[in-house]
Design a protein around this ligand. Sequence first.
Ligand code: AMP
Length: 380
Amino acid sequence: MSDLPIPNLESLENTLGGLEGKRILVRCDFNVPLRDGAISDDLRIKAALPTLNWLLERGATVVACTHFGRPNGKPDPKFSVALLRTRVEELAPGVQLLENLRFDPGETGNSPEFVKYLIDGAGGLPFDGYVNDAFGVSHRSHASIVGPPGRLPSAAGRLLEKEIDVLGRMRSSPNRPFVAVLGGAKVSDKIGVIEALLSVVDRLLIGGGMCFTFLKALGYGIGDSLCEADQGETCKRILDSGASILLPSDITALSPDGDIGANSGEVRQMGRSIPDGWKGLDIGPGTAAAFGDVIHEARTVFWNGPMGTFEDPRFAAGTHAVSQALADTKAFTVVGGGDSAAAVAEIGLTPYMDHVSTGGGASLELLELGDLPGLIALRN
Ligand code: AMP
């Protein structure tokens, strides 16, 4: 990983000039979670308020746009932004919200026609400026992210700036020891970031479903736990490189007749070897304590990915222990979005973190590559 800082972006002050009466398109990430037909966490909407209010206070007409779920390029009432619009009107009166960008296949396909439709006003009057405040999708070359910056005066919003500042400083000049904790299901998604992180962190802790491909590469039996056989060689090479990686020493596993989320089967603590048919679904208590010790000694901690299938309370202890350790440590703590941010929010620990990123995939890609398509578009 290069130790160069992430290049600066143009801020709102520098690019947009006088805003009175100007129409500004703001790309937001309002892809909020729903439960029982209501918004269960509006953090992503609240996170955009500094930008929206700054523009409103200067007399701009503010039109926000977002994707919402995966409607597959056609209108689908299930993914309408109506609920979001109500919440946006409550939190930022005066801000308009366009319909779900992904109702048009040109959004994910980055079609020039859809870019033109957007900057021409998306059915309204043409826009005079563009702001990207959607960090969570800035790793995607989607029309609303990479299209407008080449055509309109454009700037980074406050949320985007803050994400880049925190993650960029963590990447280039962290206080040490710098510890990264990675979990989640797929190791193949994270090989790039593991290799990049290993050149900058002092210690890497690996839990979640991805630890089993590593344990198998060390020769342990992993039963029916998640495993990506085609990643075995890569995992072995990473382990043989001498990097300071801590893998689980004990596992919480489910018997062959059990199902995740169904409260069936037997749950047992075991060491690193898992019998045939059993599934490793969480780090064990010994590992949770060991990870906690390393987190307490750290000065910077980055965490992405749950330690187990935390959606099932029988396998949530490891994820909760890591959340608590991050809340308790004096280190500068960054939660890299996604499921880890959801777990931290669920147990009420978000206020104890120094930074909870609004982008899981985006924060990993920024740490790995040092730049994102959305940022490159803004700088050009
Ligand atoms: P990711 O999107 O790669 O961060 O993966 C998140 C998902 O990984 C969550 O839905 C977890 O339930 C799942 N997960 C975590 N640990 C395990 C495990 N040991 N076995 C299977 N799935 C897991």
